[in-house]
Design a protein around this ligand. Structure first.
Ligand code: ATP
Ligand code: MG
Length: 350
């Protein structure tokens, strides 16, 4: 059966113009996203990983409709976001919500928790005025905050983990279908992280919502996600089911990966001496090695693979042609010339 995509991105690019220097009048273009195509399936948790600055939050802002793509189409339940009028956009905003990375700056310090959580309830006319307080209490209870009178307090009176719960309660207030969580646990200590992750999993299951879970923390992403997408410099280089990510699987049982995903996985610090030894001769070290094929920036084609510069296995073709996504196994896609359809991997780029 075909899976039903609640949100679908087709060839989405986002370019920003930035000044080259403080005094210079010239500008340069940053490709924050470059022809990204991605489906988010209904009721799944899709993990999104990639190094800092690769475009994860930009992708989130575009899906939320906070910014418009430079090129490409974003569809929510089949409807192109760029075609929505003001009334439809308001309806859409009710259905897609965001939990932000920083629980300290994402809550207005001058407002009480009641004011913060009741605001979306009022804007979207979700419940009658006389039931607002009960609804706020219900949402806080659902997020694990049920002390009496808690809704009358201000954000600074809460710990980081409690504030993140308040952020989750606020995001759930509009009964959204899609929630984007942009590094929701990175500002929290490990025990609170676990509580928030369990809360997200419980809520996702009980309320049947779809989540885009953005994080740098690969073990957490593997734990919560049904599928995982890997980004590198504004492009999606790999999309795979959870079982193919297999961080803890022994080497022999590991699925093949894009060289960047392998690099990410092998970069996770582990107190395992054997694995550390394995990595010495592996990708981490070879990323710094001289590449077999050198090309100057001016010779390099705009269409080169985004990972070409750092890839230990890059070849001449990788500098000229951007690889397309290939299905290497069921629901496992990799954009790399080393792979062919249905094949594990070939030594020479095809
Ligand atoms: N408004 C903007 N103007 C100019 N450049 C921007 C703007 N927003 C983002 N960028 C650039 O786009 C790129 C992607 O940024 P983005 O915030 O999406 O990265 P990210 O993957 O979320 O990083 P992090 O993991 O650090 O949060 C970066 O190079 C960033 O500098
Ligand atoms: Mg970000």
């Amino acid at each position: 059966m075909e899976k039903d995509a609640i949100c679908s991105l087709q060839q989405v690019s986002k370019h920003y113009k930035v000044k080259k220097g403080f005094f210079a009048g010239t500008t340069t273009k940053i490709k924050a996203l470059d022809e990204v195509s991605l489906d988010i399936f209904r009721q799944e948790i899709l993990g999104l990983v990639g190094e800092s600055g690769c475009g994860k939050s930009t992708l989130a802002r575009l899906i939320l409709g906070l910014e418009k793509p430079t090129e490409g189409t974003i569809r929510f339940e089949g409807v192109d976001l760029s075609s929505l009028d003001a009334r439809q956009l308001r309806k859409f905003r009710k259905r897609v919500q965001m939990v932000f990375q920083d629980p300290f700056s994402s809550l207005n310090p001058k407002k009480t928790i009641f004011q913060i959580i009741s605001q979306p309830l009022k804007i979207h006319r979700i419940c009658p005025k006389n039931q607002l307080r009960n609804e706020v209490k219900r949402l806080l209870h659902m997020a694990g905050l049920s002390n009496p009178g808690i809704e009358n307090r201000y954000p600074h009176e809460f710990s980081g983990g409690q504030r993140q719960r308040i952020g989750i309660a606020r995001a759930l207030a509009t009964r959204p279908d899609l929630v984007i969580l942009d590094e929701p646990t990175s500002a929290l200590d490990v025990s609170i992280q676990a509580q928030i992750i369990n809360l997200i999993l419980d809520l996702q299951e009980s309320r049947e919502i779809t989540c885009l879970f953005i994080s740098h923390d690969l073990p957490i992403v593997e734990f919560v996600s049904h599928r995982i997408a890997v980004m590198y410099r504004g492009t999606i280089v790999e999309i795979m089911p959870k079982k193919a990510f297999s961080l803890s699987a022994p080497n022999s049982a590991k699925s093949p990966h894009h060289p960047y995903t392998t690099f990410l996985i092998e970069s996770i610090p582990v107190p395992d001496l054997q694995r550390q030894e394995d990595c010495q001769g592996g990708v981490i070290q070879s990323l710094n090695k001289e590449k077999p094929f050198e090309q100057t920036e001016s010779e390099r084609s705009e269409a080169a693979c985004t990972f070409y510069d750092r890839c230990p296995q890059s070849r001449e073709k990788c500098a000229r042609i951007s690889p397309s996504m290939i299905e290497v196994a069921k629901e496992h896609f990799i954009a790399c010339h080393l792979f062919q359809t249905g094949q594990q991997r070939s030594d020479q780029p095809t």
